[in-house]
Design a protein around this ligand. Structure first.
Ligand SMILES: Cc1ncc(COP(=O)(O)O)c(C=O)c1O
Length: 472
C-alpha cells in the first residue's frame, strides 16, 4: 500500500498505536480498584454525537483521545463493582488476543490453517475443562446463537430433512424450566417451530426444573399426538443460578428420544470443580452443551461455544454446496457445521487464557466467586436489614432485599434502590423479579471482584436505602 493511499495512517500509525496501548494500560490499572464515582457525562461528546457524517476525517491520535473519553464515560463491565446481569471481565490476555484477532482478521468460515487447528484444540480443551466428551462444536457469537444452533441440530435429528421441508404438521414440542433463558424461546420461534410448542416445566423448591413434571408432560404430549423433540436444561439460570437435575433429565431424554441440550451460558464454567460434581452430574450425557466464555470464563465479548457429543447432526443441519464455497478434496469447511458465515477467531482469547493460566487457575478464579456469593448470602441473612432466598446460592448469584420497617412496600423500595445505586455509581447492580418480588441481584463473574466488593453491596444498600426511604 502506498503512503498516499486514502486509508493509510502514514506517519501517525505508530503514535495512534502507542496511544491505544496507553489507553488500555491506564484502564487496566484503574480496573484494579473500584472507582469512588463515575465520570460525569461529557458535554463535548454530547455535541459530537449530534453531528452528521463527517466528509473529511481528523487526526487518528486526536480520535483516540476522543475514544478514551467515550470509554471512560461508558458503563464498563470490567470494573470490579459491576455486579449487574451476568457481566464480563475483559480478561487482559483476552484483550490482547482480540487485538491480534482483529489485526490478522482470519475468517473462520473456511480453513484458516493454524487458526483452524487452534480452534479445534480450543473445542477439545473446553470439553476437558467442563468434563464433557465433545466430539466437535463451534464458537459462536453468544448464548443466543449457541442455543439456536443446538436446537437446529435437534430439529434435524428428530425430523431428518426438515431443514428443507419445515416442520408443518409434525407437532414438535420443546421442554424448558420456567426460568430458562428467553433465548431458547426465541430460537424455537426462529426455527419455525413456534413458541406454542414450548412446554414450561414447573420448578422445584430450589428453582430447578422438576424432573417428575417433565416426565409427566412428555408422556401427556406423546399420548396427545405431539412429537417431543428436545429438552433444554439450564446449567445455571440467569435469575438465581439454579442448575437443573441433569441426570434425571438425561434419563427422560434417553427414554423418549429427546435431544438434550444444556444451556450453560452462565453456569457451566463451574462444572469441572470437585465441589460441584454432584450438581452437574449427568452433563456428559447431554447431546449438546453451550457456554459463554465471555461470562464466567472472563474473556471479552463475544465468545460462546457449542459442544456436541456427536458432530454429525451439526453437519446434517448446516452443510451445503455453493459455487463460491468449494470443498477442497471433499473436506468440509468449518461453516458446514455452524450457522454464522464470516466468523472471527473468537476462540483465540479462550485458548490463550487456557494456555496462560491453565485449567487450575481458571477453576480457582471461579471457585472464589462461589465463596463470595456464599459469604454475601450469610452476611445478608444475619443482618436484620436484609432478607435472602430460603436456599443458599448454588452458583454465584445472591439475590437479596433491603428491608426497612419504615418502608413497607419492599418491592418498590428495592426497585428504587437499584436505580439509586446505578445513579450513585460506586457499584452497579440490576434488579430482578423473583416470584413477583423485586430483589437486588448481585452476580459474581468478574475476576476483579473480591469479598470486599461483595460486602460493599450491603454497605451501599444500607446507606442509599435509608436515604431514599421517605419516612426513615
Ligand atoms: C442461561 C443463559 N442463556 C443464554 C443467554 C444468552 O447469552 P448471550 O447474551 O451471550 O447471547 C444468557 C445471557 O445472559 C443466559 O444467562
Amino acid at each position: 500500500m502506498t503512503t498516499d493511499h486514502p486509508l493509510a495512517l502514514g506517519a501517525r500509525r505508530d503514535a495512534a498505536l502507542d496511544r491505544a496501548c496507553e489507553i488500555i494500560r491506564k484502564a487496566w490499572y484503574e480496573f484494579d480498584h473500584p472507582r469512588p464515582t463515575e465520570s460525569p457525562d461529557s458535554e463535548s461528546l454530547a455535541q459530537l454525537f449530534k453531528q452528521g457524517l463527517p466528509t473529511s476525517g481528523i487526526d487518528a491520535v486526536t480520535a483516540m483521545d476522543i475514544v478514551a473519553e467515550l470509554m471512560d464515560t461508558s458503563v464498563a463491565q470490567s470494573r470490579p463493582r459491576y455486579l449487574a446481569f451476568i457481566g464480563a471481565s475483559g480478561l487482559e490476555v483476552g484483550v490482547l488476543a482480540d487485538m491480534l484477532v482483529a489485526t490478522y482478521d482470519v475468517n473462520m468460515a473456511v480453513d484458516g490453517r493454524a487458526a483452524s487447528r487452534m480452534e479445534e484444540q480450543a473445542v477439545r480443551w473446553l470439553g476437558e475443562y467442563l468434563g464433557y466428551p465433545a466430539d466437535g462444536g463451534s464458537f459462536t457469537s453468544g448464548g443466543q446463537v449457541s442455543n439456536l444452533t443446538a436446537l437446529a441440530a435437534a430439529r434435524e435429528r428428530k425430523f431428518p430433512g426438515s431443514r428443507r421441508t419445515g416442520v408443518a404438521g409434525l407437532r414438535p414440542t420443546v421442554y424448558v424450566s420456567a426460568e430458562a433463558h428467553v433465548s431458547v424461546r426465541r430460537a424455537v420461534e426462529l426455527l419455525g417451530i413456534g413458541s406454542d410448542a414450548i412446554r414450561t416445566i414447573a420448578l422445584d423448591s430450589k428453582r430447578r426444573m422438576n424432573a417428575d413434571a417433565l416426565d409427566e408432560h412428555v408422556r401427556n404430549d406423546l399420548a396427545a399426538g405431539f412429537t417431543p423433540m428436545a429438552v433444554v436444561a439450564t446449567g445455571g439460570t440467569t435469575l438465581t443460578g439454579a442448575v437443573d437435575p441433569l441426570n434425571s433429565i438425561a434419563d427422560i431424554a434417553a427414554e423418549h428420544g429427546l435431544w438434550m441440550h444444556v444451556d450453560g451460558a452462565y453456569g457451566l464454567a463451574a462444572a469441572g470443580l470437585a465441589r460441584t460434581q454432584e450438581m452437574f452430574a449427568g452433563l456428559d450425557r447431554a447431546d449438546s452443551v453451550s457456554i459463554d466464555a465471555h461470562k464466567w470464563l472472563f474473556v471479552p465479548k463475544a465468545c460462546s461455544a457449542l459442544l456436541v457429543r456427536d458432530h454429525v447432526p451439526l453437519v446434517r443441519t448446516f452443510s451445503h454446496n455453493e459455487a463460491y464455497m468449494p470443498h477442497e478434496g471433499g473436506a468440509l469447511n468449518p461453516v458446514d457445521s455452524t450457522l454464522e458465515y464470516s466468523r472471527p477467531m473468537r476462540s483465540l482469547k479462550l485458548w490463550l487464557a487456557f494456555l496462560v493460566y491453565g485449567a487450575d487457575r481458571l477453576h480457582e478464579a471461579v471457585e472464589r466467586h462461589l465463596d463470595i456469593a456464599q459469604i454475601l448470602y450469610e452476611a445478608a441473612a444475619a443482618d436484620p436489614e436484609f432478607t435472602v432466598l430460603p436456599h443458599a446460592p448454588q452458583l454465584s448469584i445472591t439475590p437479596l432485599q433491603h428491608v426497612l420497617p419504615d418502608c413497607p412496600d419492599v418491592d418498590a423500595h428495592n426497585m428504587a434502590l437499584t436505580f439509586a445505586m446505578q445513579k450513585d455509581g460506586r457499584l452497579f447492580l440490576s434488579p430482578a423479579q423473583i416470584d413477583s418480588h423485586t430483589f437486588l441481584r448481585p452476580c459474581f463473574v468478574n475476576y476483579r471482584s473480591d469479598k470486599s466488593d461483595a460486602l460493599a453491596v450491603l454497605d451501599l444498600a444500607r446507606e442509599l436505602g435509608r436515604s431514599i426511604c421517605p419516612t426513615h
